[in-house]
Design a protein around this ligand. Structure first.
Ligand SMILES: *Cc1c(COP(=O)(O)O)cnc(C)c1O
Length: 201
């Protein structure tokens, strides 16, 4: 048989940062599983009780993570999308071992090579990945936020190539403005905020 493609449909992370629980609960009641937050304290306040009641909910940390917050992050989150240094990776490995948990990790890639953006450079992906494996982190894939106001499909294609060459199973890319392009380029986690919840203040 030829031409038989198995297409993996992307999952949607509803990015609920800044929104209160009254806006989020309808999605949960509808059965939505994956939610994204970018601040540890906000996530603790909003999700701690709810995650106890509904353990199937998957929480994704998508923002910059300070090492002094890692201890709290590994307790609450199921995924961290923003690992971009050995120091952070090491801290995550230490803290999750203490509580006997293993969360899933994405390495954030600064795919547009922008000075102000988090993420490792493309040339550093392999070495950070190897470092993470060496300390038993469960790296499931790569994450990126392409430069704003550009043709993001170019960057998504680059990401897909790097991801494929490392045989990662997951790829975290695509937001409200470009999720269709990301899906066309084999993203497995679309991170969508304003298209679901409306404009943030
Ligand atoms: C806020 C945020 C999103 C969602 O952005 P929208 O444009 O509202 O969809 C996705 N990824 C990251 C890393 C974010 O911080």
């Amino acid at each position: 048989m030829t031409g038989l493609n198995i297409i993996k449909l992307p999952k949607i992370i509803a990015v609920s940062k800044t929104f209160k629980m009254d806006k989020i609960l309808p999605l949960i009641e509808h059965g939505h599983i994956d939610f994204g937050e970018n601040k540890v304290q906000e996530a603790i306040d909003k999700w701690t009780d709810l995650k106890e009641k509904k353990p199937n909910i998957q929480l994704h940390m998508i923002g910059k993570l300070q090492t002094n917050k890692v201890k709290f992050a590994v307790k609450l989150f199921d995924y961290i999308h923003s690992v971009d240094s050995e120091k952070l990776a090491k801290k995550i490995a230490e803290e999750q071992l203490k509580i006997n948990r293993q969360i899933k990790i994405f390495i954030q890639v600064n795919i547009g090579d922008e000075d102000q953006k988090a993420g490792v450079r493309v040339e550093q992906v392999t070495s950070l990945f190897e470092f993470c494996m060496g300390i038993n982190l469960n790296v499931v894939g790569l994450m990126c936020i392409p430069p704003v106001g550009t043709e993001t499909s170019f960057y998504f294609k680059e990401m897909e190539k790097i991801s494929r060459s490392h045989k990662f199973s997951e790829l975290s890319m695509g937001m409200s403005s470009d999720y269709l392009e990301a899906a066309k380029n084999n993203s497995t986690y679309l991170r969508i905020g304003s298209r679901i919840f409306g404009q943030r203040n």
